[in-house]
Design a protein around this ligand. Sequence first.
Ligand SMILES: [Zn+2]
Length: 466
Amino acid sequence: MGLPAILFGGGSSVEEARTLAHNALDMWFDQVASIFENGQQPTISELSRRFGETRGDLMGAVMQAMVEKTYHHLLHQEHAPCPWCGQVLKRKRSDRKKLSTLHGEFSLDRPYFFCLTCKRGFHPLDEALGIAPERHQYDIQEKAAKAASVMPFEESAEQFSSMTGVEIGDHFQHDTLNAVGEVATLELVIPDREEIERRIDEVAKATGSKPVLVVGADGAHMPTRPKAERNKKRGPGQWKEAKGFRIYLVGEDGRTIQIASWHQIQDAEAFRADLALVAERIPQDRVRIALLADGAEWLWPSMVACFPTGRQILDFYHCAEHVHGTAKEQFVEGTLKAQQWAEAVLSLLSLSEMDDVLSILRKMSPRSPDAAEKIRKLIGYLEKNRERIHYETDREDGYPIGSGGIESSHKFVCHTRMKRSGAWWVKESGNSMLRIRCAVANGTYERVFERYAAQSRQPFLRLVDK
Ligand SMILES: [Zn+2]
């Protein structure tokens, strides 16, 4: 199978590239062949190691040959029009750049032009070839930033290097992730309307009914610290709340189909603005909406304003936590009595027998002042959220009663990467990290990365020193 001639814009250069590639292969083979010297019979593992060590030399050389043949005209360009004023410029010099890709390294000498009128310089080849300003090209950056969103920087840099053979450091991981995170706006991280509609249609088809769309909101405490200032001691760490939401569809057999996760260290007002933007992308008349959350004050008004037809459901599991907490205080923790009491109250709650529950609570004689306080708080909590407790009909109508989905989103998006021991986040970089983790969860990471790559090459012809 030959290489497509079009790639090189002509038949003869294909053959030239092929010759160069064959030469590279010969050189590589000689390099590897020593493993067979003196009748040695290497194992697969030994072969694999040797291939891994030398693969980059071969593939880098082949890639270079292809690039040199394809971009022959730009590599030897003598004159170029200034992209700003149109004046034809003469090449000023050639700049060597080392490019590192997932498949090896090579260098290119790129002609450089400088316009005296516009006082700006440029390398035409960089734009044509989509060269990243950094040494490590975008193929590496895309995977490196994603890996860093899963594991601590140092660990992920090490893993990445050992698996790809490309040496990257933790600073590179850190800088790339932050740079990608900076362009990861809510608009990009949330799937667009067509994609959301497609997911809704799919669930409607599979279940044969109007799908239930769950909007869950929650807060999680993040360890943060102030930005370090020059010549100043860093201030003490602080716990700040990451406020976020997860929107998903209840699919066949109760499966969860992701629509969007979004978590940021931010205040309630910013949370509301973010939720409103996402609400606009959802065709609300085509789903049955469940608003599911705990009793936190800051989230309900926003959820109701953004999804006015949503059914408000107090998360049953949060409710159960309160009840168990009260049981522990009133009876001795771990006793059968505590267990039985909590279960009795919860089964009444799940049947929406609110009057019975409240009358039980009011008639209790507290064992201690702490128990009295717990009971008082539980009564207040249930009364405040009374309109949100209707678990029996919720279940009959196919709505979830527990926000397991949002809880797991919080655990997955926020806790697993952010709450590592000793990890303290500056708000900005913590939010960058959260945005990337959300993009990965929402299936929009590639789109975010593309935007980053396009912007990092901007302006097309970067300002370069003369
Ligand atoms: Zn010019």
